[in-house]
Design a protein around this ligand. Structure first.
Ligand SMILES: [Zn+2]
Length: 149
């Protein structure tokens, strides 16, 4: 991280604070659950409130978003979208995707060349000097008269 403006530093710490607060809230409910299940007949134990666990969890998420805004700036976090900046951020990803697509297309071409080896290739025939029959380029003897080519 390079120089952070004070505003962003404060945002970052507020986010971190929310994460800690949310985490404590979230964890405390688990302790409540633990004590509740360990001693279900205890008159002092109340049913754990899962709503406060959810609230703590939401706080952690919000804290994570807020602190990432502070750390990377609003545009980099992807929360407040500056369209130009967002596109810039996605550029390496799109380029990588394009390269991957090219590789896939290249592989398809290679497969096509294997399955259809003669397609698009010129078939060269050799004319027999004795009888004039057309033979394959690599044939040693004429298929018609048996003369050496
Ligand atoms: Zn021949």
């Amino acid at each position: 991280m390079a120089k952070l403006s004070n505003e962003r530093k404060v945002t970052y710490y507020i986010g971190m604070g929310l994460i800690v607060l949310g985490f404590i809230l979230f964890i405390s409910v688990f302790f409540q659950v633990a004590s509740f299940t360990n001693d279900p007949f205890s008159p002092t134990s109340t049913e754990p409130s899962f709503s406060s666990a959810i609230f703590g969890f939401v706080l952690m998420i919000i804290g994570g978003i807020v602190s990432s805004i502070g750390a990377r700036g609003a545009a980099g976090s992807g929360v407040i979208l500056d369209p130009d900046k967002a596109r810039e951020d996605l550029k390496p990803f799109n380029e990588a995707k394009g390269q991957m697509l090219n590789d896939v297309i290249g592989n398809i071409d290679a497969v096509n060349n294997i399955t259809k080896p003669t397609e698009g290739k010129e078939i060269i025939k050799v004319k027999c000097r004795s009888c004039g029959a057309l033979n394959d380029e690599d044939a040693k003897f004429c298929k018609s008269c048996g003369e050496s080519l």
